[in-house]
Design a protein around this ligand. Structure first.
Ligand code: PGA
Length: 251
């Protein structure tokens, strides 16, 4: 087991291009000695500013969604090829806010994953149960189903460009974090699912993050879990010092 942690900020719909550049300038010196991979996931319009600001650093840039067709009559959409052409390396897909507010389903997520991998991007694939599903005792089933459908058609080789973010919906933006044990339990279960799909070696190499109210105070305990290989950070990624503390905890 030799997995390099990935800490990714999910800025959601926050920051203008100028504000994005300023926040990255603040983050840069604080994470320059990071031993993990560091990514900032910014709104589409901030991508050029983020790519410029991160140039010459080890910080990667992620978009927060993409469409699966390469081009055509899809008003308002952005393709994976377009992202790749501008130098973006990562894309967050299947985030619960996309599923809840914008109609993403397991099958549209599958198409996005396919399009993103074909374009050469690395995917941060979000899965996670709602509170109701957890209370019904179907967390592992839900997460397994989301994972299997999203990865339909993805090869073992391509899994080196897929990161899975386990984000319990009830923990996102609520301040209610999963316990380290809950986070590890589901991340380990996802690894089992990957093992069933691709074999133990691929599963062992896969990066599985936790996300959902991870912050400067609780990151170290979550990241110390054996099956938690990093974090997808929303609110706390908008504060340079907090984000840097989480990055420093990922070793
Ligand atoms: P949060 O968001 O850290 O603000 O809970 C996480 C996410 O939505 O990726």
């Amino acid at each position: 087991m030799n997995r390099k942690y990935l800490i990714a900020g999910n800025w959601k719909m926050n920051k203008t291009p100028d504000e994005a550049a300023a926040l990255i300038e603040e983050i840069k010196p604080l994470v320059k000695d990071a031993t993990c991979s560091v990514v900032v996931g910014v709104p589409f319009v901030d991508l050029p500013a983020a790519l410029t600001a991160t140039k010459g650093t080890a910080i990667g840039v992620a978009a927060q969604n993409c469409y699966w067709e390469k081009s055509g009559a899809f008003t308002g959409e952005v393709s994976a090829d377009m992202l790749r052409a501008m130098g973006v390396q990562y894309v967050i897909l299947g985030h619960s806010e996309r599923r809840t507010y914008f109609g993403d389903t397991d099958h549209t997520v599958q198409k996005r994953v396919r399009g993103a991998l074909d374009a050469g991007l690395t995917v941060i694939l979000c899965v996670g149960e709602t509170l109701e599903q957890r209370e019904e005792g179907i967390t592992t089933e839900v997460v397994a189903m989301q994972t299997k459908i999203a990865l339909g058609g993805v090869s073992a080789e391509e899994m080196s460009r897929v990161v899975i973010a386990y984000e319990p919906v009830w923990a996102i933006g609520t301040g209610r974090t999963a316990t380290a044990q809950q986070a590890n339990e589901v991340c380990a279960h996802i690894r089992d699912v990957l093992s069933g799909l691709y074999g133990a070696e691929t599963a062992d190499q896969a990066l599985i993050q936790y996300g959902g109210s991870m912050n400067a105070g609780n990151a170290a305990e979550l990241l110390a879990q054996p099956d938690v290989d990093g974090g997808l950070i929303g609110g706390a990624s908008l504060k340079a010092a907090d984000f840097a503390t989480i990055v420093a905890a990922a070793k």
